[in-house]
Design a protein. Structure first.
Length: 430
């Protein structure tokens, strides 16, 4: 390989690698780390726009549907602003930033930093998040700690860091020391999630376990099977430890559902969600095609409460606590298509990358894109699961974390597959 191009891009390689590390590391330990990282990626791409676009060009056929999904979400928001002036220009903020997060993928393909920068950033972020939220829970005695975010979003993102770190541990399965350190990060992320008391993440854990089990046999590694079994056994055991509060919250959730069904108290975490979903069903039935803007949705919910059709306990809530219902209520079938698109398109991309690598490899051979592709599928599954009981895309930080992580993982999938030697991934550690 000619070393001249490599030498000429070494400064950028280190600079982009530093940004890749910084993003997950700062995500939960600082109040604005996610926004700072997204701006840094964008500014870096704007410094070399032609080179970044040229790096993306050869992979256009593989990434086009993912970019189309994020572009469709932005165009839908733009159409809503034109057709519904009451929606306000601020409704363009999230979809535009999520679309521009593609700059992170272009920079990874241009500079080709080692994938280790992402794994260690995720591990450091998860390890940093645990003492932060533990201090809030045990010292400040906050029942539902959430760092600089609300408890649900913090717990969800901590789980994402933990599962991506677990994918990193699999990538380092041939190096016991590195795999162990990555596993510590995975456990830290899972523990931080449990300390927040976020129940919506439990569904994500179940789906993640199924995904790991589906692909673990392809690795031909007893160490990986023990790693996965140990990690999920630890989470399962935590359910029976009273200090974690997991069992108590699970039983409380069952009781809340039963109380709501019987027409009792609605003012519970589960009861308010069920009441909101009831209201959402009414609004969606009335406007299934285009929906209503979010301000009108809240006004209509208030009107239903005034009519006595819904309980007043839900008036203080900002959204419908379900991503699919929120998308339908505010964008109709087009809004639902946009939400499905930004989940389905990346998932299909990662599944194809993983499947292509496995099909082309010999039994037991290393598949360089296996870990980033698996991590990408985990990210999508997590956000789908979170959206069942929460509007995870309501939060700008939650939305940008997803977009940046997805595009970074896409970039690494393509980079390590097309030029694994250029990535300089240590054979003994990967």
């Amino acid at each position: 390989m000619n070393n001249t191009p490599m030498m000429s891009r070494e400064p950028m390689r280190y600079w982009i690698g530093f940004q890749v590390f910084l993003f997950p590391f700062l995500s939960l330990t600082t109040p604005s780390g996610i926004g700072f990282s997204s701006l840094l990626f964008l500014l870096s791409a704007l410094c070399v726009p032609r080179k970044a676009w040229a790096a993306l060009g050869p992979h256009w056929k593989e990434v086009r549907w993912v970019l189309a999904a994020f572009w469709f979400q932005f165009m839908l928001a733009a159409a809503a602003v034109l057709l519904r002036p009451e929606a306000g220009l601020d409704s363009l903020d999230k979809p535009s930033r999520m679309l521009l997060a593609m700059s992170a993928m272009a920079l990874v393909l241009l500079a080709r930093p080692t994938v280790a920068t992402l794994w260690w950033g995720v591990v450091a972020g998860a390890i940093g998040a645990l003492p932060f939220v533990a201090w809030q829970r045990m010292v400040l005695e906050i029942e539902r700690p959430g760092g600089f975010l609300n408890a649900i979003t913090f717990g969800d993102l901590a789980l994402c860091l933990g599962l991506v770190a677990l994918a990193g541990a699999i990538d380092y399965r041939h190096s016991t020391r590195k795999a162990l350190l990555a596993t510590v990060g995975a456990v830290a992320g899972l523990a931080a999630c449990m300390l927040t008391g976020t129940r919506g993440s439990w569904i994500a854990l179940a789906l993640a376990a199924l995904l790991f089990l589906s692909y673990a046999q392809l690795l031909h590694s007893r160490k990986v099977r023990l790693l996965l079994a140990g990690s999920f056994a630890l989470v399962g055991a935590a359910f029976f430890v009273p200090a974690t509060g997991m069992q108590e919250r699970a039983l409380q959730g069952v009781d809340d559902v039963q109380t709501w069904v019987e027409g009792g108290n609605v003012f519970t975490n589960v009861g308010t969600r069920l009441e909101l979903w009831k209201g959402a069903a009414i609004l969606i039935e009335e406007r299934p095609l285009f929906g209503l803007d979010r301000n009108t949705v809240r006004a209509e919910i208030r009107h239903l409460v005034e009519q006595g059709r819904l309980d007043p306990a839900i008036l203080s809530l900002e959204h419908l606590h379900n991503d699919a219902l929120q998308a339908l209520a505010t964008g109709g079938v087009f809004g639902l298509a946009a939400w499905v698109g930004i989940l389905a398109a990346p998932f299909v991309f990662f599944a194809r990358q993983l499947g292509r690598g496995v099909a082309a490899s010999r039994p037991g051979a290393r598949v360089p894109q296996f870990a980033p592709a698996l991590a990408g599928m985990l990210m999508v599954l997590c956000y789908f699961s979170f959206g069942l009981t929460e509007v995870i895309f309501w939060s700008l930080k939650g939305s940008m974390f997803y977009a940046l992580m997805v595009f970074l993982l896409m970039g690494f999938c393509l980079a390590v597959r097309s030029a694994p030697a250029d990535n300089k991934v240590e054979k003994d550690g990967n």
